[in-house]
Design a protein around this ligand. Sequence first.
Ligand code: NAD
Length: 387
Amino acid sequence: MSTDRWTISTQLDVSYEIRETPSLLDLDNPTLADVLTSDSQGGTKLVIVDRAVARLYGARLERYLKEYDVPHRLLELLGDEGRKTMGQVLQVISALNEVGTLRASDAPVAIGGGVVLDVVGLAASLYRRGIPHTRVPTTLLSLVDVSVAAKTGVNFQGFRNRIGSYSPPPLTLVDPAFLSTVSTRQISNGGGEIFKMGLIKDPALFALLENGGPALVANKFQSPEGAEAIRRAIAGMIDELRNNLWEKDLRRAVDYGHSFSPLVEMRHVQQLLHGEAVALDCLLSAFIAHGRGYLNHHEVDRIAATATGLGLPTWHPGFADTDLLMQALADTMRHRNGNQNLPVVESIGRATFLNDVSAEEIADAAHRMKRLGEHQESELVQRGTNR
Ligand SMILES: NC(=O)c1ccc[n+]([C@@H]2O[C@H](COP(=O)([O-])OP(=O)(O)OC[C@H]3O[C@@H](n4cnc5c(N)ncnc54)[C@H](O)[C@@H]3O)[C@@H](O)[C@H]2O)c1
């Protein structure tokens, strides 16, 4: 008996914009109102806001929406990694359903850190099988990284981003002024992703961080150097993603710092923030690269000192657990189709990939990293004693 066979083949055009928009909530800046009203069919806009942001900027946001006469409903979501759950996704979907958001009009807006943006991104990709939305990042990490991302996701059963989708929103509005209220630790956390970007592809960005890290963190990237660091990080990320948006090529330099850290971060979710775990992974990978004859000793020291200058840790006991590191790499390899594809820094500003890193090399790199951490700690204690 003969059987028929049909194939459907089509192409998906994807284009999305990341637009710098200073003073987003100023009454004389119509950008956000234009975005909210341009696709209006007279429905209610769902405006989803990180609760911490709502506390700080809620009154200004309400005044702005009133001034521009935007019918809206505010939904507050919780930030922080432990809140990146399907529960919050379903909360967003319920609210979209209640306000009656249409398929392609009256699109919602998400304002918050990476957790809220990832949660809303996933909800928007599921509701009515996918609706557009606008995102407004409010932390340093979300400004330089999530703002560019095509991915959404939530954590599931102890794994980071185990449930997610590829669905970039058409527009992201970037206003670095939101950073002025972000805690110093969260600024350093965002510094972790900028640090990564400098290491893999932008020596000038690394120099900005190396020469001015403490000042950048102290003034929350509000200086001209801070603005330049943010711009370079965003541009670098776009450059890396542009030709590999769907991650068909599993050798991704932007995965630097993201090979061992995901599982360590999840196991120590109360202690480690994402950017901190990334910075630790960057340093572990720098020691692995050093063992392979890429980075010299001085360069590894510069990398560690730059992390310290940004207020990032250079050691955490999670990285002493070689079994956990191997388990993390095994999980990462499943994500990279069975290959290590481990990005390492060849020289500051240039990355390469390794595929044959052994457990012994990892244990040795972790040991060196620990010794450096102990050395830095004793120096700090000594300086404290001498003071
Ligand atoms: N989609 C992607 O490709 C992608 C890329 C990078 C990171 N991420 C995700 O981003 C998340 C981390 O994002 P994050 O670091 O922004 O964390 P976060 O969203 O948890 O925000 C950190 C904290 O800052 C608070 N906050 C937010 N904006 C503030 C402001 N302006 N002032 C004061 N407080 C504010 C939040 O309430 C939260 O307590 C991770 O889950 C990570 O997986 C996703």
